[in-house]
Design a protein. Sequence first.
Length: 166
Amino acid sequence: MDSALINPGLGVIFWMIVSFAILFFILAKFGWPVVIKTLNERESAINDALSAAEKAKEEMLHLQAGNEELLRAAKAERDEILRNARLTSEKIVEDSKIKATEEADRIVELARKSIEFEKLEALHDLKNQIATLSIEIAEKLLKRELSDKTVAGDFIKQELDKVHLK
């Protein structure tokens, strides 16, 4: 059971050490600098990404605070606009009510004046008609009464005696 792998000889050990030294030298000269450079670049990229992520996080927090402030300001402005609109609409409604009341009062007053004028005009026309009718009736009565000349002369004398001239 003396296997070469289990109990290597002095020549195998020597060549293994030489091979390992050459491999170590080649790796140390050409491999390790590339691997270390790549690892350093990767570490730098990771650190840059972490710092950029931290900056982005801080900026997001700042933007979020700014957005919340803008949102509060927008809500306050909206509330102010709504309050002003409500006040303006109430004022417009109140002004409209006042104008409508004034217009209704004016129309009622015009109607009253028109009715009063028409009433006076109707009374005037009625008085004129009564006067005309009275004159016509008196005329007819006088014609009938005074158709006789002697009666007419006596009637005129009586009426003249009643009148006192001053």
